[in-house]
Unconditional design. Sequence first.
Length: 161
Amino acid sequence: MSIVAALSLIVLVTHFTTRPPTEAKIIANFNNHRATYERLRDMLTEDRKLFRVADWGVETDSGLEKPHEGRFPAARYDEYLALLKEVNAKGASRRRGETPEPCVLVWASGFGGDTRHRYICWLTVEPENQVATLDAFERTPKPRDPVFKHIDGGWYIWADW
């Protein structure tokens, strides 16, 4: 294979693997696993000392830790991981305080300050920065402010980059 062909292949693969899933695909996954998202929302709302959870561990009000070695219950951590795996998510988070706004990270790509994200979030207050479609958001010039795309009820897709 020539160098030009190899470089072209690398560029094509990089282009298609760094594109976010379509709005329709995110919403279809949400609809197919709604009960799981609702369980994650409920758990994140209940676990007031938890701020982030992923396969690397948890962030609590005590800092970062590996649940099987720290204070966060290992069984609860394992349940989070099983639910995240079921919806093919990378992690979940919640805000500190009384209004947790739980979110599930369904896609991310990039490095450092140039990372794009797609979360499915539960909000009790309708956000102001909503878009009709994520496709329209993707066509706007960068830098872009984060936006929300309404799914149903209090559920939204949060997108940045």
